[in-house]
Design a binder for this molecule. Structure first.
Ligand code: ADP
Ligand code: ADP
Ligand code: MG
Length: 541
């Protein structure tokens, strides 16, 4: 069992066997007989950023459709859906009631940013400027384009934009609308930390303009920075979901990580997600896989150049790679793989690299199981199941077609495919994108175990500081000026690496007293100043 139910798992039974008692019998909405049921709704509040924290498939989009008036919550009565008035009565006396009245009367305008921005080009023809102008009800597009650094792609066709560019364009288009209620389904995929902080700040400013902001976010450092309160969503993905009453952001995140909801007196996960307040991991002594020399690479037109300090990659380690977008991280990987030659030379490392790109695209009409078994003979072995399929939660999607997968499902299949290849070095570019918090933790664990069990080397580029912290033995830090010049350090220990990386960003982290998770310090706060004086941007012990 998943720990919620005393008896059998409702996912197998589909029928709900033993729901938490205080929920009563009737859901807020049920799609049909034996279909997904949602209990509770989040409460958007004017002037506030409200977060929702929970796994994929737990009913967050369903809840938003109800709040946007796209579906009338049927209170479980899918045969004879009730009228809005009955729904509003049901929520009598709650803070949600006035909001629902507004929805019924068509008085609430809603702007939404979709979760999977990669799909935007399918529904929009034209360039960035045209898309933004069509959304610009507040006359703020120029300012948003500047602050989100969209200007260089204003004249580019939408279908030529990278995922990170699309994410920022989608955010700008949503925030440019003149709405009462904004719903943002994941802000951060494909954005670097600087861009994440900018996005968070823009959302905050709209709340300060007395609008209601509702945000789903799996980057906990960003959610923590952004939200005034959070609703935790729990249950059994695809079977049922429960949305709790709002909690303070700090308590909500801590309870979620602990797997236990205090007010509800409810265990939502058998185990705790731990951020041991460890001193930085000290790289264990291990054999060197490869030493690479100092090198540089200038692209033909001279617009971008990269300088890399000499370094070595060890066996049996996960090397985290951090730095802004457009700074040369992928270029570095291509140099190692021999797919690009450095300036004035030939780098003959002869390394076989298995590479998961940042943007996972699929056009093969093939089932997941057929695809994965075409990559490795280990497919289906108990070893492969335990090490790869289980932690990446592939069981439920094996029979689906690659082209039908959601962004998060595609990500997990791509990580599995990369780790299943035979290679000297594994490079994963942003494996956290579109994964929920639990999936990030499971994927991080699987990647670490893979490196240990195979005595192999894994390099992971990621912008989620929690993921990097859970994963890495050492850090390779990129800095410079995006799209102009990049510089890569030699691989550093975690303490030096985090300090170098975060000093560039001018951000310090403290540790939550309860669960040890890293939290961004308020700029200029006591702790921020002290840690900067001490030169300890991340590890506080
Ligand atoms: P989340 O946004 O948390 O990922 P969703 O609200 O999109 O979750 O979906 C929750 C569950 O409801 C999923 O199992 C999904 O397949 C199911 N679902 C969504 N829309 C419908 C629908 N129109 N009919 C039946 N089931 C649906
Ligand atoms: P990162 O992986 O850190 O996001 P990249 O290595 O992909 O950065 O790119 C660094 C810079 O080099 C970017 O400005 C990118 O536009 C540019 N660039 C990448 N590949 C090429 C190429 N083949 N020709 C010219 N410029 C390129
Ligand atoms: Mg890249």
């Amino acid at each position: 069992t998943c720990g919620i139910c005393v008896e059998k798992c409702p996912f197998d039974a589909i029928e709900i066997i033993n729901l938490p008692q205080e929920l009563g019998d009737e859901p807020t909405h049920r799609y049909g007989e034996n279909s997904f049921a949602l209990y509770g709704l989040p409460i958007p509040e004017k002037g506030k950023v409200t977060g929702i924290l929970g796994p994929n498939g737990i009913g967050k989009s369903t809840a938003i459709k109800a709040l946007a008036g796209e579906i009338t919550p049927n209170l479980g009565n899918f045969d004879e859906p009730p009228e809005w008035d009955a729904v509003i009565d049901e929520f009598g006396g709650t803070e949600l009631q006035p909001f629902l009245k507004g929805v019924r009367d068509g008085e609430i305008d809603v702007a939404r940013k979709p979760q999977y921005v990669d799909q935007i080009p399918d529904s929009f023809d034209g360039n960035t400027r045209a898309l933004l102008e069509s959304a610009d009800e507040r006359g703020v597009v120029d300012e948003l384009a500047e602050r989100l650094s969209i200007e260089p792609v204003l004249d580019s066709d939408i279908d030529t934009l990278s995922g990170g560019e699309l994410q920022r364009v989608a955010l700008a288009a949503t925030l440019a609308r003149d709405a009462d209620f904004y719903f943002l389904d994941e802000l951060t995929p494909y954005l670097d930390i600087d861009q994440r902080v900018t996005a968070a700040r823009l959302v905050r400013e709209l709340a300060d303009d007395d609008r209601a902001m509702l945000v789903v976010e799996h980057d906990l450092a960003v959610l923590d920075l952004l939200a005034d309160s959070v609703h935790v969503a729990y249950g059994e993905p695809s079977a049922y979901g429960v949305i709790t009453s709002p909690k303070s952001t700090r308590n909500g995140i801590n309870e979620y990580l602990k797997g236990y909801l205090d007010n509800e007196n409810m265990r939502i996960r058998p185990e705790t997600i731990e951020f041991e307040e460890h001193a930085p991991r000290v790289a264990s002594r291990s054999e060197t896989l490869v030493e690479y020399p100092a090198m540089s690479k200038t692209y033909g037109d001279g617009a971008f150049s990269l300088d890399v300090e000499a370094g070595e990659i060890n066996r049996n380690e996960v090397l985290g790679i951090v730095g802004p977008n457009g700074i040369g991280k992928s270029t570095f990987a291509k140099l190692l793989a021999g797919r690009l030659e450095p300036d004035g030379g030939d780098l003959d490392l002869d390394l076989d690299i298995a590479y998961k790109p940042q943007y996972v695209e699929v056009d093969q009409h093939m089932r997941v199981d057929a695809f994965l078994s075409s990559i490795t003979d280990d497919f289906g072995s108990s070893y492969w199941e335990t090490e790869i399929a289980d932690p990446l939660q592939l069981g439920r999607i094996m029979e689906q077609n690659l082209t039908d997968l959601s962004g998060g499902e595609r990500q997990r299949v791509a990580i599995a495919a990369t780790l299943s290849r035979d290679a000297d070095l594994y490079l994963l570019d942003e494996p956290s994108a579109h994964l929920d918090v639990e999936q990030r933790v499971l994927a991080a664990r699987a990647i670490r175990r893979y490196a240990e069990n195979h005595e192999t080397s894994v390099m992971v580029i990621d912008h989620d500081i929690y993921t990097i912290d859970l994963l890495s033995d050492r850090l390779l830090v990129f800095d410079g000026e995006p799209a102009a010049h990049g510089h890569a350090s030699t691989p550093l220990g975690m303490r030096d690496g985090m300090n170098e990386f975060l000093a560039n960003l001018d951000i310090t982290f403290r540790r939550d007293e309860n669960v040890g998770r890293p939290r961004i310090n308020k700029p200029g706060s006591q702790k921020d100043k002290q840690q900067k004086r001490d030169g300890e941007y991340y590890y506080t012990q």
